[in-house]
Design a protein around this ligand. Sequence first.
Ligand code: PMP
Ligand code: GLN
Length: 401
Amino acid sequence: MRVIPGAWRRTAAGAGLLTADGVPAPTIFAEMSGLAARTGAINLGQGFPDEDGPAEVLETARAAIANGVNQYSPGRGLPDLRAAIAEHQLRFYGLRLDPERDVLVTAGATEALAATLLALVDGPDDEIVVFEPYYDSYAACVALAGARLVTVPLRRPDFQPDLDELRAAVTDRTRLILVNDPHNPTGAVFSPEVRAEIVRLAHAHDAVIVTDEVYEHLVFDDIRHVPLATEPGAWERTVTISSAGKTFSTTGWKIGWLSGPAALVDAVMAVKQFLTYVNGAPFQPAIATGLRLGDGFFTGIADTLQRKRDLLGEGLHAAGLEVFTPSGSYFTVADAAAIGATDAHEFCRSLPDRAGVVAIPLTAFVTAARREEYASLVRFAACKRVEVLAEASERLRSLAR
Ligand code: PMP
Ligand code: GLN
């Protein structure tokens, strides 16, 4: 059959998922979770926890279903969830939001990102600056929106951008600067200098900042998460995106949100309401409960994940990999060059056979032009039970032998 016309092709191609035969390939997460399911390997690939989150959150969802919260929620999200999001931004960051106008509940951070890009980008002359490697949906959505992706590399060992390269990437053609902090896949937390420069450049070139902060509560080593929107002069031009998935171990619920000045939120709403309209009614009160949990919960999840990060890091080190210790997020990047990896994707495809573990190649998160540079780097997820990480570490030792 002839090629089916449509935006799907540039979307798949943008994500590096259009095969030589012109067929769309599944995402790296679908591929690697499929591989784990087929082989029985331990899945340190796709980032989802293997334990439930707080009982109060789960119980609130059960009660909501039992009590008839089963129909469409209001278009911008349940008012009590929007209030809880505003309270959360004030409590943790001192940001004062109007829950009626400055907050929008979305189907995960994924929909927030897609709606924001589709809403704020307008054609092939618009450039979107992203840091590379990038979360897979960024390049796909930039392509779907018909805009041009401009990347700024994050290099080992600390995965901070070079400020001169950042300055060179942002121009008057830049419509959006898309930031992810804490960063997936590298685990980097951007330095104050990088944050300040992003805001300065956005002002200088009249760009909007879109910041994906889904790992906001998963930051280690006494580093504090500082939302870009709190930088001086940033609020008025920043859309901040987050999600309940990582914080409350509810990745399957797909409750996310964005916040920012009303005019930007209204613009995104104009698109979002025709993507899903609304989603997840009974999960919304549950996430409101979660956002109002005591400080101990939030410090507890960071402490627990930090210990898991350390355990995973020791395992990777013992397996002969060079480990880049992350400052935040679910993930640790390691260089497998020392144990023979020259093509991270091939390495990850063979890892179940070699060691009974699944991981994600960083090459899935970069443009074709930079594949070489990241060709031996692999991402491992630490958001698994301690005994699972210990077993994975034991298995990975076979690589060093
Ligand atoms: N952004 C980043 C950086 C992510 O790692 C993820 C995956 N959790 C998402 C967005 C998507 O989040 P959600 O599952 O809420 O759509
Ligand atoms: N955010 C998850 C990760 O980076 C994956 C989400 C997905 O499968 N799209 O592993």
